[in-house]
Design a protein around this ligand. Structure first.
Ligand SMILES: [Mn+2]
Length: 298
């Protein structure tokens, strides 16, 4: 069996549920959205694609609205696919699909994937979340986390492996937190809609650490700009604060730049000449009349 799954928390939890069900011999390919799309143009035969656009003729288990719409438009949605844009996470769909019953560890994995995708991960999972983001391009680490989750459920938190991994990245994490706090302190008039360019100052893998503290300061919509390096494409991640979920649909903005996602969480890779002006124009289309919009560098 070969599965393609997303490199994020939801994708890892999907992998863990498959590993727990079918054993550790199954093959798992960890991919980004772009990588999944590229895999489709290869001859590779895949059984399941989780939390990503459907690869080839695999069974697609996903909850992204943009993927659902694209599957409909291209007539690639089959009866076997489990694509539900109303599901909170792909993990929720996998849990039901694999017919888990009376399995407390599987239940823990389901809850974890669910909470991670709705951005409500309990604080004790922060360490795992950070270790995962910092290693999201290392398939060995992703596989290891998936297996540890499959075996231990939430007890993954007490494994010595996790503690060791966290101590490796602790310094850079703490430095990033300091930069975020300083930025907020030095920016008294934060807008309602913020384009935040982190390319100069923050490790791209930790850029998303900026979301929560900014939402706590009453920012409603964030367009987070980051990039692995000057040579790599620019990435923009959009988020809407929880209390304004019904007011903004950022997936429409991501779509303009060839990306997609959900109403409250979406992403795209515009060329850097679009930032900030074209991006700002598109965000203005989803803004309320009273909203302020600003571009800031951290
Ligand atoms: Mn997901």
């Amino acid at each position: 069996m070969r599965i393609v799954t997303h490199t994020d928390f939801d994708g890892i939890c999907c992998a863990a549920l498959f590993l727990r069900k079918f054993g550790f011999d199954i093959e798992i390919i960890y991919a980004t959205v772009k990588e999944a799309k590229n895999l489709s143009s290869t001859e590779l035969s895949v059984d399941f694609t989780c939390d990503l656009p459907k690869v080839g003729n695999s069974i697609n288990i996903d909850h992204h609205k943009s993927n659902y719409e694209e599957l409909l438009e291209t007539h690639r949605l089959t009866q076997d696919d489990k694509v539900d844009p109303n599901a909170a996470s792909a993990t929720d769909i996998v849990f039901t699909f694999l017919e888990y019953e009376n399995d407390p560890i599987a239940e823990e994995i389901r809850e974890l994937g669910h909470l991670a995708d709705i951005a409500q991960l309990p604080p004790e999972y922060r360490i795992l979340d950070i270790v995962l983001s910092m290693n999201s391009d290392d398939p060995y680490v992703l596989r290891l986390i998936s297996e540890l989750l499959a075996k231990n459920g939430r007890q993954i938190l007490s494994t010595s492996w996790l503690k060791e991994k966290y101590s490796e990245i602790r310094t850079i994490y703490d430095e990033t937190q300091k930069k975020i706090i300083k930025f907020i302190k030095n920016t008294p008039n934060l807008p309602r809609i913020l384009i935040l360019d982190t390319r100069e100052a923050i490790n791209s893998k930790l850029a998303k650490e900026t979301f929560l503290p900014l939402f706590e300061r009453n920012v409603a919509v964030i367009a987070l700009v980051y990039s692995k390096s000057a040579q790599e494409p620019v990435r923009v991640s959009f988020r809407v604060t929880k209390t304004e979920q019904s007011s903004y649909d950022v997936s429409t903005v991501a779509k303009v730049f060839g990306g997609g996602g959900h109403r409250m969480a979406a992403a795209c890779s515009p060329t850097s000449d679009k930032i900030p002006n074209i991006l700002k124009q598109e965000l203005m289309k989803i803004a309320k009349p009273s909203d302020t919009i600003q571009y800031r560098q951290i």
